[in-house]
Structure formats: C-alpha cells, structure tokens
Design a protein around this ligand. Structure first.
Ligand code: CO
Length: 151
C-alpha cells in the first residue's frame, strides 16, 4: 500500500524516533509499504517518520542493492564528500551537503537478526541522510545552498 509522504513542517519529522523492539507482522507490513512508496516516488531512501511512524527503521535503494535497516547505529564514519542532496519530504528543493565518504553501520533486519554493512560514496550519503531522519534532522538543516530543484 502506497503511504502518504509527510512534508517538512510536520512535527513527526522532528521527533527522536523510538527503537524498534517488536519484529512483528505490523513492522513487516510497514516496511513493505515503505518500499512500494519509495519505488513510486523514485527516491533513493525513505525513513519511517516520513510516512508518519516515528520508529528507527529506514530503507535505502541504491546501485548496491535494496536495504532495510532497523535500529541502525554507526560503528564509524570516515572521510568526507560534498555533493547534492534532496528529500522526498522537501519537494522541489536541492542543496549541497557534506557527509562522510565511508561509513560502517550495524542494524537489524525485519526479523530482528543483526548485520553490519560498509557503505561508500552515494550509498554512504543515502545511509547518513536516512539515519538523520531518525533523529529529527533534515538535510535542509545541513545544506549550504538550498535552492529550487531543476526538473
Ligand atoms: Co529525506
């Protein structure tokens, strides 16, 4: 089911999201809906608060694959990259954001099993952007030159 993507100004985007403790069918239904919603919106990532659910769950869809990260935590962040960013919750805007170039994250999957991943370049940018959402941070808080997107 496609869910409505919450837009900037809604307070749910500013919440410190709760850790996921129940890996049940309702979590999996939410993740399935988020995936469908992200595909329709043609985005690179989506965080649960963006569909109005303030829990620590994000999805990322990049060249390296499709990832569901539940309770993601950085192990380390290395290097630096500066590049363009946008957000499905900030329609029609783009900005330049400084991010680490390489990150390692530990997380759980939709069944609660624990994994880790190393992401670099755009994948690292997407992971950082989505994890920021879980702490109520939008890329617009960090962008140096927020402007109207050209498309
Ligand atoms: Co976003």
């Amino acid at each position: 089911m496609i869910r409505e993507i919450v837009q900037i100004g809604d307070e749910v985007l500013r919440k410190k999201c709760e850790k996921v403790t129940r890996f049940d069918d309702s979590l999996r239904a939410l993740l399935d809906d988020m995936k469908e919603t992200l595909k329709r919106a043609e985005g690179a990532g989506l965080a649960a608060p963006q569909v109005g659910v303030p829990i620590r769950a994000v999805i990322v869809d990049v060249d390296e694959g499709f990832f569901e990260l539940i309770n993601p935590v950085f192990v380390w962040q290395k290097g630096e990259q500066v590049g363009p960013e946008g957000c499905l919750s900030v329609r029609g805007k783009a900005g330049t954001v400084r991010r680490p170039s390489k990150v390692k994250v530990v997380f759980q999957d939709r069944y609660g099993d624990r994994y880790s991943l190393v992401a670099r370049d755009f994948f690292a940018r997407a992971v950082c952007h989505e994890i920021d959402h879980l702490d109520g941070i939008l890329y617009t808080d960090k962008a140096t030159d927020l402007k109207d997107a050209e498309d």
